[in-house]
Design a protein around this ligand. Structure first.
Ligand code: NAI
Length: 247
């Protein structure tokens, strides 16, 4: 018996990093997983790994910032599986720069993917979840949306916005038995953070009370909790997964 037996999950940005780990963790707990990513090869590689775990899967190439693409992708997922019980809005990007130097394009792109992407995916699924009278929506935010960071005004605004969006949507959907929560990871070892210079990584490590960087599995385990019946009485919350950086 798994925590997610007979559930269908859709994970955005499932091709690598945190999204891939969430997809595989859900599959190990019995869920069928729809793997959506901008990069079709990585999405289908995660989908293959889900199938190797004995679950059904499908991969979808989709840009979450484009509503009509998202609607088409969600329709094909619903056509194949008949239901979606869990949505994880994980796809996200950075385009770091000091505000003084930040271009409109850098600002717009980060807001479009990280914040409008979640709006688009929720738009595409909530009618279905409302009819089902159940659902779990998990938004992957960031501690930067809570505390800010130099060079990340666009990213901080997108993740802070995502946290506010989570709370508002949680209130809208509570009577329909749909839980909407966010996870705010700290520094997690993925391709996104590997791009940071060594001295910044060392500086960050000094500020982590638990004394290590997070692994994608640290976030995936919390996503599993929020996707499962164990968290049925939790909605509109932000669970911080950061080794104690923000407390
Ligand atoms: P990553 O860069 O390793 O993976 C992101 C995935 O999203 C990639 O597979 C990429 O192709 C996909 N993606 C990017 N733009 C997309 C789009 N427009 N449409 C569909 N898919 C798209 O990133 P990582 O580290 O796994 O991060 C995942 C999420 O966790 C992001 O939202 C990120 O902001 C958040 N996060 C990550 C932290 C970290 O330390 N790695 C810390 C806090 C939050």
């Amino acid at each position: 018996m798994g925590l997610l037996d007979s559930k269908v999950a859709l994970v955005t940005g499932a091709g690598r990093g945190i999204g891939k780990e969430i997809s595989l963790t859900f599959a190990k707990e019995g869920a069928d997983v729809v793997c959506l990513d901008l990069d079709p090869e990585s999405a289908s590689s995660t989908a293959r790994e889900v199938e190797e775990l004995g679950r059904r899967s499908m991969s979808l190439k989709c840009d979450v910032s484009n509503l009509s693409e998202v609607e088409g992708a969600f329709k094909s997922a619903l056509d194949k599986f008949g239901r979606i019980d869990i949505l994880v809005n994980n796809a996200g990007i950075t385009r770091d720069n000091l505000l003084l130097k930040m271009s409109q394009e850098e600002w717009d792109l980060v807001l479009k993917v990280n914040l409008k992407g979640a709006f688009n995916c929720c738009k595409a699924i909530i009618k279905h979840m409302m009819k089902q009278r159940s659902g779990k929506i998990i938004n992957i935010a960031s501690i930067i949306g809570l505390i800010g960071n130099v060079g990340q005004t666009n990213y901080a605004a997108s993740k802070g916005g995502l946290i506010a969006f989570t709370k508002a949507l949680a209130k809208e959907l509570a009577t329909r038995n749909i839980n909407v929560n966010a996870i705010a990871p700290g520094f997690i070892r993925t391709a996104m953070t590997e791009a940071l210079p060594e001295e910044i990584r060392e500086q960050m490590l000094k500020n982590i009370p638990l004394g290590r960087f997070g692994e994608p599995s640290d976030v995936a385990n919390v996503a599993l909790f929020l996707a499962s019946p164990l968290s049925d009485y939790i909605t509109g919350q932000v669970l911080v997964v950061d080794g104690g950086m923000v407390m």
